[in-house]
Design a protein around this ligand. Structure first.
Ligand code: PAN
Ligand code: ZN
Length: 198
């Protein structure tokens, strides 16, 4: 049975998605994201020993108009050089743009946001927080804690994911790194703004 053919319920807890078959499971390892971290020596050193799993996400995809997709992401704790484990991050594709809601179920995170017009924001993610990502804002999540960061995401079913625009810009405007009193956002020197941006 395809789970999306019938109504169903899940509990709002970090293990909820383990209990049934999601339509898609994606695992991102360090080898998939070498170019995303700035400390290339640290990347090489870790890869020489093992191809670390950075995060996984399980999805139930709704592909048609007026459907909803939803998924559960787990980012495992750790750092590459001095950058915390993070997602690739993406814009929703321009033609099928749409907003998204994240609900944090476990751990501590930061949500880095960038609008197409060049506005930027960093929001804290903690257990019970709901983050509203406006249409047109790229989003990346970072696990800044010692345990798994687990969050639920809900977005319009027809929305596509544009990773290339992030790579072309050299990432997001901010990097999240450990500081003396907890995680801090610093400027990302490889980030380039488009000329038309404000
Ligand atoms: C999330 C993300 C998920 C993985 O479900 O797709 O957290 O992040 P990346 O897709 O950037 O690798 C979401 O934002 N969906 O739209
Ligand atoms: Zn998204």
């Amino acid at each position: 049975m395809n789970v999306t053919e019938l109504p169903f319920k899940l509990m709002l807890e970090p293990t909820a998605f383990k209990s049934f078959q999601a339509t898609k499971r994606i695992v991102r390892r360090l080898s998939d994201m070498q170019a995303y971290f700035r400390d290339k020596d640290a990347v090489d050193e870790i890869l020489a020993n093992s191809d670390r799993m950075l995060y996984e996400f399980l999805e139930i995809e709704g592909e048609e108009n007026q459907s909803l997709s939803f998924g559960m992401t787990t980012i495992f704790p750790g750092t590459i050089g001095n950058e915390f484990h993070m997602t690739k991050g993406h814009f929703h594709t321009l033609e099928e743009d749409g907003p998204e809601i994240y609900v944090t179920l476990q751990g501590q995170g930061k949500l880095i946001l960038l609008s197409r017009a060049g506005q930027e924001q960093v929001l804290d993610m903690e257990v019970g927080s709901i983050s509203y990502i406006l249409a047109g804002w790229a989003h990346r999540t970072v696990n800044v804690g010692q345990e798994d960061l687990v969050f639920l995401s809900i977005w319009p079913g027809q929305v596509g994911h544009d990773y290339a625009s992030i790579a072309e810009r050299g990432g997001f405007p901010k990097l999240i790194v450990p500081g003396e009193n907890g995680p801090v956002a610093i400027e990302n020197s490889t980030f380039s703004r488009c000329e038309e941006e404000v």
